[in-house]
Design a protein around this ligand. Structure first.
Ligand code: HEC
Length: 412
């Protein structure tokens, strides 16, 4: 079925193309309106209901923009809405998540060294996290805490860091970063879909009916826009990061993610302040550079390797020098190594299960306790006893471990 492979590849490209285009349109218009909003100036004798205005020059002409807060006295004849940029970005992004990560779950979503789950479980966790994330965020904004700008921001930050850690405990580092981006972007799109747009529709309905709109709708939308503003840059980082293994596939990747969210704030803060004509806070660039250097350094820090792989480690000599070792090793090599190898030969097993390799003396000695538990004292291994380990063999594995441990007790 080579046709399928080709069609799939092109589908992936088409969806990615669409996603990048819509994301540029969304982020572009959102940045434009943020800057416009912050740059509004008040002057005397502005028309009734106008909050501020701004002059701009672009494309061979001058623009004179006025912002009404909450709304003009009557419904304008033509009204341009900005919503499809956000919706199509989310929809195309979700399509890409399906094509790349759900379609290729075994390769890209699941890391059996992290968590050994089936594709359907991984996909369910992915969908669940995106949905629950939005509900949690939305409730937080609507709770009493939502009235405290900084309290809410700090809570949101803690939630994002917790998600960063959580995703790295479930998925591959690559999928963890991508999901952190998708998690954040889902909140941003849902803000547009569930909060900002419905509120604007209420205001428009009021205008048409000749009522004066309640300013609270504008306030709520403003809060969500502010969050979207600070979350944009980290999302782009996470979406691009899957090309950079040092970011997502190193030991402290979740701390790196936590710092990326901070960089998003420090960078945006400079632009927000500048557009509001409140000076140019250079310290934000200094802070950004510092955080970036810490990220680079973090990516080079390695966790100590879990176990010795070449020579039998001194601590495990008691197992390899035990008189039962030869027989135990023969059992393990004939009943377990077909799956528990760097390159398993058992059909359907593509990686050493749970990262347990049982090929040479050193590996077998290092896993003595697990072998004892999984195959000696219990018959958890091999699964379904597919390689037909006999009761006598289990007894021997038990005797090997128990005598080695007991022998050590005597010599001490
Ligand atoms: C058919 C392939 C296969 C064979 C043969 C096999 N295993 Fe496994 N082993 C697995 C799989 C799959 C897992 C992961 C199980 C899970 O995630 O629940 C596993 C997990 C393990 C673990 C880690 C358990 C844990 O939860 O940390 C140990 C230890 C282990 N096997 C030992 C053995 C021993 C000892 C033998 C031989 C007696 C053996 N296995 C034979 C497939 C195999």
């Amino acid at each position: 079925m080579y046709e399928f492979a080709i069609a799939w590849e092109w589908l992936a490209l088409a969806v990615r193309w669409l996603h990048v285009i819509t994301a540029i349109a969304w982020i572009g218009s959102s940045f434009y309106f943020i800057a416009l909003d912050l740059g509004l100036v008040k002057r005397d004798h502005m028309p009734a209901g106008v909050y501020g205005e701004e002059w701009q020059v672009h494309g061979g002409g001058f623009y004179h923009v006025q912002k009404y807060l909450v709304a003009p006295a009557s419904m304008p004849q033509h009204l341009t809405w900005f919503k499809w940029e956000a919706y199509t970005t989310w929809l195309s992004g979700f399509a890409m998540l399906c094509v790349v990560y759900y379609g290729g779950a075994d390769l890209f979503l699941i890391d059996r060294h992290v968590l050994d789950i089936a594709p359907w479980q991984a996909i369910s966790l992915s969908l669940l996290s995106l949905t629950v994330g939005w509900i949690f965020y939305d409730q937080l904004c609507k709770s009493p805490l939502g009235k405290h700008l900084w309290g809410l921001m700090i809570m949101l930050y803690i939630a994002l860091v917790a998600m960063a850690w959580g995703y790295t405990q479930i998925f591959t580092g690559r999928a963890a970063f991508l999901h952190l981006g998708a998690f954040t972007a889902t909140i941003m799109s849902a803000n547009v879909f569930f909060i900002i747009m419905p509120n604007q529709r209420v205001v428009v309905a009021d205008l048409i009916a000749g009522r004066i709109p309640d300013p609270k709708y504008g306030m709520i939308a403003k809060q969500r826009s502010l969050h979207n503003n600070y979350l944009t840059l980290p999302v782009i980082f996470f979406m691009l990061s899957n090309h950079y293994p040092l970011a997502f596939a190193t030991a402290y990747n979740w701390i790196i993610a936590a710092l990326v969210f901070l960089m998003g704030v420090t960078i945006r803060h400079w632009f927000n302040t500048t557009h509001a004509r409140k000076g140019r806070p250079t310290w934000t660039w200094l802070a950004t550079a510092l955080i970036f250097i810490v990220i680079v350094w973090l990516s080079t820090v390695q966790k100590p390797p879990a176990e010795a792989t070449t020579a039998v480690a001194a601590a495990n000599l008691r197992f390899s020098q035990n008189p039962h070792f030869g027989a135990a090793r023969d059992i393990v090599q004939s009943r377990c190594s077909m799956c528990h190898a760097a390159e398993p030969v058992w059909e359907g097993v593509n990686r050493p299960p749970k990262n347990v390799t049982l090929e040479d003396d050193a590996e077998i000695a290092a896993h003595a306790r697990e072998i004892y538990i999984q195959a000696g004292r219990s018959h958890a291994m091999p699964p379904g006893n597919v390689t037909e380990v006999t009761p006598q063999e289990r007894q021997l594995l038990t005797a090997w471990f128990e005598s080695a441990v007991a022998g050590e007790g005597k010599t001490q």
